[in-house]
Design a protein around this ligand. Structure first.
Ligand SMILES: [Zn+2]
Ligand SMILES: [Zn+2]
Length: 324
């Protein structure tokens, strides 16, 4: 299972009532933040998922509206009591930018590891998430991300009992090890079934639709993608600035065979993104126009579902985090 929440939906500049575009993933108690523009730590606090368990920060690209919030966030995470390492992933150029930003956040009680990823790279992230990236097309190098939570193959309990495999050996078989008992050798293949599909979340912002991204994001249960312009008439602008209109983003989601699409990264010229909803739904019906606090859950078997806003107050959570 993966939980995800949208923290903000703004592109270029934060506005009153609209924080910059970013999202937070929760998997097995670990938090992974996607992009961190100015004000993102305030948006995070409003949602109450805490800071201490932030174990990875995935940056799409090195534009201020996606990275300028990093130094402040690093301090806040320190104040929340984090001592274990935090890994920052991003495209080529990330090391230099983080090094610069860290001149104002140099002393921290935890290690910050920066990993520049090449298109096509796949790494093991926190929370049992497989992270894979592909190149987008923007004015600077940009990565789209795929987060996949694999599911353990089914263990055949009846079969294990019928074969007389002692209970103590089951865990070893699930780890892929042979088990010897009563003079017999039991192999994992005797009781472990086929690999089962997991769940996947995609993130693509500040990019034109590209083949590499379509391939990367193929079949994700939920795609969080930019729709910088609502009006179809702004397609030329979208091409010039390497963004997408709502319709282009929705078409892109359909071509990638995504289960559901959340639109985000709205131009500050859009007053109410809901006004342009039909431009997206005409191309792909399963669209939610992003808003801060929009929360989803990706479950094994059933895939994406939208879940009601969390009742936890940010202040209560902040208190809980400081308690022993
Ligand atoms: Zn942007
Ligand atoms: Zn950008």
């Amino acid at each position: 299972m993966i939980d995800v929440i949208l923290l903000g939906t703004g592109g270029m500049t934060p506005l009153p009532g609209r924080w910059l575009s970013s999202a937070l993933i929760r998997s097995e108690g670990s938090l992974v933040l996607l992009d961190c523009g100015e004000g993102t730590q305030v948006a995070m606090r409003e949602r109450g998922w805490g800071f201490r368990r932030l174990n990875a920060l995935c940056l799409s690209h090195m534009h201020a509206d996606h990275v300028a919030g990093v130094p402040g966030l690093l301090h806040t995470v320190a104040n929340a009591g984090k001592t274990s390492p935090l890994t920052i992933y991003g495209p080529a150029g990330t090391k230099k930018v983080i090094e610069g930003l860290r001149t104002i956040a140099s002393i921290l009680p935890y290690e910050v590891i920066v990993r520049e990823l090449e298109p096509g790279d796949e790494v093991d992230g926190p929370g049992a998430l497989r992270i894979r990236v592909a190149a987008g097309e923007h004015r600077v190098p940009v990565h789209g991300y795929r987060f996949e939570r694999l599911r353990a193959p089914k263990f055949d309990v009846e079969g294990a009992r019928a074969l007389g495999i002692p209970l103590e050996g089951w865990a070893a078989l699930q780890r892929g090890e042979d088990v010897e008992a009563g003079g017999r050798v039991f192999r994992p293949s005797m009781v472990i079934g086929e690999q089962r599909p997991g769940v996947a979340l995609g993130f693509a912002t500040d990019t034109r639709p590209t083949d590499a991204l379509r391939e990367l994001l193929s079949g994700v249960d939920l795609l969080i993608a930019e729709g910088t312009y609502g009006d179809d008439d702004h397609r030329d602008k979208a091409i010039t600035h390497r963004h997408m209109t709502f319709r282009e983003s929705a078409r892109f989601a359909a071509e990638a065979n995504a289960g559901h699409l959340w639109l985000t990264h709205f131009s500050s010229s859009i007053r109410d993104p809901e006004d342009w909803r039909s431009n997206a739904t005409e191309a792909f019906p399963q669209v939610t126009i992003g808003r801060a606090g929009l929360e989803g859950r990706l479950r094994f078997d059933t895939g994406y579902e939208e879940i009601p806003p969390s009742k936890v107050l940010a202040s209560e959570n902040a208190h809980a985090e400081h308690s022993p």
